[in-house]
Design a protein. Structure first.
Length: 281
């Protein structure tokens, strides 16, 4: 089973939920793999200090053109929907940042002037402790596209029956790539006008993808009614609420686990654990 933790806006508490829920699941003897798919700024590893990471390069295929063989037929340029190829006098230019690695240009070239080479887009780090496995994607600085790396992180083989996907914020391609093909999405929001606005955006995305979803209200306690009214109108269950508390903020900022430093708050995570137990048993 794959559960995505997503939100329409950044800073709602996805990673806070992801790391604490993952650890709490292991303490309930549920094997879990946490995959940090926020590859532009992954941070789940900050909270898992023990263990060592096995690091692998993540690569994609891009075209290499032998202009000595090229007959300037323009078929590859016409085929590329992303304008990653451009014809100039005497040669074809490759814009690797625009390439989506479909391989179509290699297949369509009538003289075999196009081959594929590997381009490094980032790293995949596999850390296993006695309690938890963490797979982290780390996008190479300057790399334009994160979805190819997100897909590789999601496809990374694991033995756990349960995977928790910590998604990038927003509703653009990175978030969609992380959410796609999961079994359920926990939508983390905050009871503010911005939180409500962006919650509505991400709800539209998960509905378009046809994935079941529920709401988690983080920083709860001051203006919950705006989220409650929306959830009722849209018939979306609110699965739990995490209170707005300075102690939680201080614990997270120091790299600590809420369930360890503030055990009295563990009860707020229990509905999520019960949800998982119902789904996997």
């Amino acid at each position: 089973m794959k559960i995505a933790i997503a939100s329409g806006k950044g800073g709602t508490g996805k990673s806070t939920l992801a790391i604490n829920v993952a650890y709490l699941l292991t303490r309930n003897k549920i094997s879990v793999c946490l995959k940090d798919c926020d590859v532009e700024e992954p941070n789940c590893h900050i909270f898992i200090r023990e263990g060592r990471s096995n690091i692998e390069k993540a690569e994609v295929a891009i075209p290499k053109i032998d202009n000595n063989l090229c007959v300037n037929c323009n078929k590859c340029v016409d085929l590329c929907a992303y304008n990653a190829l451009a014809k100039v006098p005497g040669k074809v230019l490759v814009f690797s940042d625009l390439c989506h690695s479909c391989g179509g240009c290699t297949m369509i070239c009538p003289v075999g002037a196009i081959t594929e080479i590997s381009k490094e887009i980032g790293l995949i780090k596999n850390k296993r402790t006695q309690k938890l496995q963490l797979i982290t994607g780390e996008l190479k600085i300057g790399e334009a596209k994160s979805p190819p790396l997100i897909k590789k992180v999601k496809a990374y083989p694991v033995n756990s029956k349960l995977q928790i996907i910590d998604c990038p914020p927003g509703t653009a391609c990175p978030a969609v790539s992380a959410i796609k093909d999961t079994d359920h999405v926990w939508l983390v929001t905050e009871p503010t006008p911005f939180g409500l606005h962006d919650l509505d955006l991400i709800v539209k995305v998960v509905r378009k993808l046809g994935i079941s979803h529920s709401i988690i209200i983080n920083k709860s306690g001051y203006n919950d009614n705006i989220i409650e009214t929306y959830a009722q109108q849209e018939a979306i269950p609110i699965i739990t609420r995490i209170p707005m508390d300075l102690k939680i903020i201080q614990t997270y900022s120091a790299g600590g686990l809420i369930i360890d430093i503030l055990p009295e708050y563990t009860s707020y995570f229990e509905p999520l654990i019960n949800f998982v137990k119902e789904k996997i048993h």
